[in-house]
Write a protein that binds this ligand. Structure first.
Ligand SMILES: NC(=O)c1ccc[n+]([C@@H]2O[C@H](COP(=O)([O-])OP(=O)(O)OC[C@H]3O[C@@H](n4cnc5c(N)ncnc54)[C@H](OP(=O)(O)O)[C@@H]3O)[C@@H](O)[C@H]2O)c1
Length: 255
């Protein structure tokens, strides 16, 4: 029986991973800050799918909390077969803001924690000769919309580097690059989504199904949905100058 560890497993994309993996019979370890929500999610998953669900209350911005999650990931007696580095949030602060602590916080959660957990999982999985690491990035990483784009560009590039480092082992590494997905992400960041065309919205459960298929097929970059595949192929082919101009237009709604 497989076990998956999901950061941010209580809401949105992380909760969709939890449902999809539990539905195929995987045991889960879910991580988030809100203890009440974690235990509610665990109870629901256990009742609905009859799987084991452990919870870890942790703030990924706190280094010692990340070290604690790493210890669970490194366990030889209770191995983790799939790590989903998912927890994250929007960053809507200007790069020139006097107070850069929101940027530093975002880097701690969406870069430092991903790097630390990826290192532990990569070593443990390589040693066992099996495992999958999914890092939730974003199509924003292909654009130039402030620190969030820069962080997600790092996540995608880091994932490719990790995939190269583990090339030839049985460990699979995937960067999931979603477009707009209906979750709590936008509400938490007070993002006005009124101007986002309906056609650009993705469903979290469908997105996760597509990503798990891509992971099984050995894809390193997973861009779910035909429309986003086409959009990102176009973005990849326009000059950086044009990409920056498009990013300037999109920036007011999504930093
Ligand atoms: N929704 C989109 O349109 C979209 C698009 C592209 C990429 N993404 C990426 O998808 C990932 C998941 O986002 P989502 O849309 O599912 O957002 P969401 O619904 O707001 O869920 C975020 C999850 O992360 C947890 N979390 C946040 N900060 C944390 C911290 N410091 N430590 C531990 N857990 C933390 C939250 O739980 P607690 O608050 O209890 O900690 C929650 O479980 C993020 O990496 C995001 O950048 C989202």
């Amino acid at each position: 029986m497989a076990t998956a560890l999901i950061t941010g497993g209580t809401s949105g994309i992380g909760a969709a991973f939890a449902r999809a993996l539990a539905a195929r019979g995987d045991d889960l370890v879910i991580v988030a800050r809100n203890a009440d929500r974690l235990s509610e999610a665990a109870t629901e998953l256990k009742e609905r799918y009859a799987v084991n669900v452990e919870t870890i209350v942790a703030d990924l911005a706190v280094r010692s909390d990340v070290v604690g999650i790493g210890e669970r990931l490194a366990s030889v007696e209770r191995p983790i077969d799939l790590l989903v580095n998912n927890a994250g949030f929007a960053v809507r602060v200007k790069l020139t803001a006097a107070d850069t602590t929101p940027h530093e916080h975002a880097i701690d959660v969406m870069i430092r924690a991903v790097l630390m957990l990826g290192a532990v999982a990569g070593r443990a999985m390589r040693q066992r000769g099996a495992g999958t690491i999914i890092n939730v990035s974003s199509t924003a990483g292909f654009m130039a919309m402030g620190n969030y784009s820069a962080i997600k560009a790092w996540v995608t590039s880091y994932t490719e580097g990790l995939a190269n480092e583990l090339h030839g082992t049985a460990v699979k590494v995937v960067a999931l690059c979603p477009g707009w997905v209906r979750t709590e992400f936008h509400e938490r960041a007070n993002i006005n989504v009124g101007s986002i065309p309906q056609v650009l919205w993705l469903d979290a459960d469908r997105l996760v199904d597509d990503c798990l298929k891509d992971a099984a097929a050995g894809k390193v970059i997973s861009i779910p949905s035909k429309r986003y595949k086409i959009l990102i192929t176009l973005v990849d082919h326009v000059p950086h100058r044009a990409r920056r101009a498009i990013s300037r237009i999109m920036r007011p709604s999504r930093h």
